[in-house]
Write a protein that binds this ligand. Structure first.
Ligand code: SF4
Length: 292
């Protein structure tokens, strides 16, 4: 059977990543060096492209250095308040590319924390422990929140009383989590609560829409090549979603990881990616498959 290839029209960077990269490129076009606090996007290929233009990825230890004459980029995930304070103290200029959706989530979490402190309640975040966005959220509330990644972690938090069920609780999700996973967490927490639970719908609408469309896309092809960096949280969630809809799903970082044996039976090959996967990389993968 001959091979046909389709690139998912809904894959590619989300609005927050597009905004951060175009801001960085504009700054770099003046021949400047720009220091990105953490990877601007969880995609090694795109990082290499931007690195060649002068983007340098640094970690938090860079904030201990003298910032005079240096410009720091805060990526779409956002940062806790102490990062801005430290950058100002050291004299860095900051270009803040925190996604507006994340900024709104940070504000809502601060407000909820104020309410819960008066009531002796618990703030719960459904997210990945140690993820930059989650660290930015924790920084809004003096780290006084319970982060759960999955149902077993929620059960643990309930069992050991870190979530106080007799006082009100409010729950938020990291923007890139799975809507189905969040629904399951909220349902279990609601059943355990003796006091009120407020559920905040904070999954990014671009991510939620992509979940629904990606399932259909994965099911409509014989083989799926899911392209994303292996460290991307959104990439992990979306590649698992594709695999549920189509067991012939392969998660690759780029064209070099393609194994021709996957297409031995021919058929239709669907190519898709995470919110951190550039369109040009999906096109390169499609070209590589067609050249087999
Ligand atoms: S996934 Fe949504 S919230 Fe997160 S950076 Fe992209 S647009 Fe912003």
């Amino acid at each position: 059977m001959p091979l046909t290839v389709e690139i998912d029209p809904h894959s590619g960077f989300c609005g927050g990543v597009i905004r951060a990269i175009s801001t960085a490129e504009e700054y770099l076009s003046g021949g400047n060096v720009l220091y990105s606090l953490g990877a601007i996007v969880h995609n090694e290929e795109e990082l290499r492209r931007l690195g060649a233009r002068g983007l340098v990825t640094v970690d938090k230890s860079f904030l201990e250095e003298d910032g005079a004459g240096r410009t720091l980029l805060v990526r779409a995930h956002g940062e806790p308040p102490e990062t801005y304070a430290k950058a100002a103290e050291k004299g860095f200029r900051v270009i803040d590319c925190t996604c507006p959706v994340v900024l709104q989530l940070q504000r809502r979490i601060r407000e909820a924390y104020g309410r819960l402190q008066e009531q002796g309640g618990t703030l719960v975040i459904f997210g990945k422990i140690g993820h930059a966005e989650v660290l930015g959220l924790l920084g809004q509330v003096e780290c006084d929140a319970v982060v759960v990644e999955d149902l077993p972690m929620l059960e643990d938090a309930l069992r050991c009383g870190r979530i106080r069920t007799e006082a009100p609780a409010e729950i938020f999700s990291q923007t890139t989590k799975s809507p189905a996973g969040y629904a399951a967490i909220c349902e279990r927490l609601r059943s355990a609560m003796k006091a009120a639970l407020t559920v905040h719908d904070t999954i990014c609408s671009q991510v939620a829409r992509r979940h629904a469309l990606l399932k259909e896309f994965a099911a409509s092809h014989s083989v799926i090549l899911f392209v994303s960096g292996k460290t991307s949280s959104n990439g992990k969630v979306l590649s698992d979603l594709c695999r549920e809809a189509n067991p012939h799903t392969y998660h690759i970082g780029g064209p070099a990881e393609i194994d021709p044996a996957w297409f031995a039976c021919g058929g239709s090959i669907g190519i898709c990616g995470a919110t951190s996967t550039p369109k040009w990389l999906l096109e390169q993968v499609a070209q590589a498959v067609l050249a087999l």
